[in-house]
Design a binder for this molecule. Structure first.
Ligand code: DON
Length: 307
């Protein structure tokens, strides 16, 4: 006999798929354009480390922008709040993920949009870390959040590298403002590798629950980052995680969240639950249409809204 939670998750998944098939698979990274638009997985992880999944819950996809809060967490843990705040702000941009979004002092507005995430990437690890050491710190750090060893999808990495002029322009702009540590080329290359880490929705649910549990992975029981880091990361996710749809998301769904262009969505409700969802078709803001629907439904059914 199946337990009620997977049955419930399966029903949620089916009803969200039946709601229509609007949205477009991301195509600006050539390798992502080949994704099967019908893939759809969902997983939740509770504070005691119990993990439930439904649908394509073991299908792997690239983490993309969902890596941003975790790289931000590692930068905060490695370099401290003051140093990170010197380089990247905490204000919502209200802009698309790839916009030029700088404060008057030249600091990117926040770490959830590309310009801030590329800057944040350079703050992970020791101040004098080599580009390769930094990437390895990010790979192993995100693996600790997930509770298993994550790998880079080399094809997606190469594919995005060949189309990263805009990110390169953003990095040069921050460099010109004196806010980027190291070389723009290394920053974009490392950030692109960071975005190409492969995860499934079960990984996302555990990563989310780790953030929502003050930095302690509920499955491996390892303390990954200090609790103050998670409070900072969740605050920025709450206000900036869903880009220019962040206000609508917060009032409607009420869960700190982050999306990625491959179709992943992660939701982290402090002290309660981690959510991972995946489906490749995106709305006009770059958020997974079905991933957003799943989060809306879970929030409504389980009373997950923070307010
Ligand atoms: O930098 C980029 O364009 C991608 N590697 C990540 C963008 C992304 O995931 C935006 N999310 N919705």
């Amino acid at each position: 006999m199946r337990s009620p939670v997977p049955d419930y998750l399966d029903e949620v998944r089916r009803s969200c798929a039946d709601d229509g098939d609007e949205g477009e698979v991301a195509s600006y990274i050539p390798e992502l354009a080949d994704a099967d638009p019908e893939r759809f997985g969902v997983a939740i992880c509770t504070i005691d480390g119990t993990l439930y999944g439904a649908g394509d819950d073991e299908h792997r996809f690239t983490i993309q922008s969902i890596s941003k809060p975790f790289a931000y967490a590692l930068a905060l843990a490695d370099r401290g709040l003051e140093t990170v705040l010197e380089h990247v702000g905490v204000e919502p941009s209200g802009d698309a993920f790839n916009e030029i979004s700088l404060e008057r002092n030249g600091r990117p507005r926040n770490a959830m949009i590309n310009i801030g995430a590329i800057t944040t990437h350079t703050l992970v690890g020791e101040a004098d870390a080599s580009p390769a050491e930094r990437v390895e710190r990010i790979r192993s750090g995100l693996s600790a959040f997930a509770g298993r060893e994550l790998e880079i999808d080399e094809q997606v990495y190469e594919s995005e590298r060949s189309t990263s002029s805009r990110n390169m322009a953003l990095a040069y702009l921050v460099h010109a403002q004196g806010k980027l540590e190291g070389e723009p080329h290394d920053a974009v290359d490392g950030y692109t590798k960071q975005c190409s880490l492969l995860v499934d929705v079960r990984d996302l649910a555990v990563m989310a629950m780790t953030l929502a549990a003050g930095g302690r992975n509920p499955v491996t029981r390892e303390q990954i980052v200090p609790a103050w880091v998670c409070r900072q990361v969740l605050s920025v996710m709450a206000t900036c995680g869903m880009y220019d749809a962040a206000g609508d998301w917060m009032s409607h769904v009420g869960i700190p969240a982050k999306s990625g262009v491959a179709g992943g969505v992660l939701g982290a409700l402090p002290g309660q639950v981690g959510i991972g969802a995946f489906s490749p078709r995106l709305d006009e803001y770059g958020n997974s249409v079905r991933g957003v629907r799943v989060c809306e439904r879970l929030s409504r059914d389980m009373g997950l809204h923070l307010m």
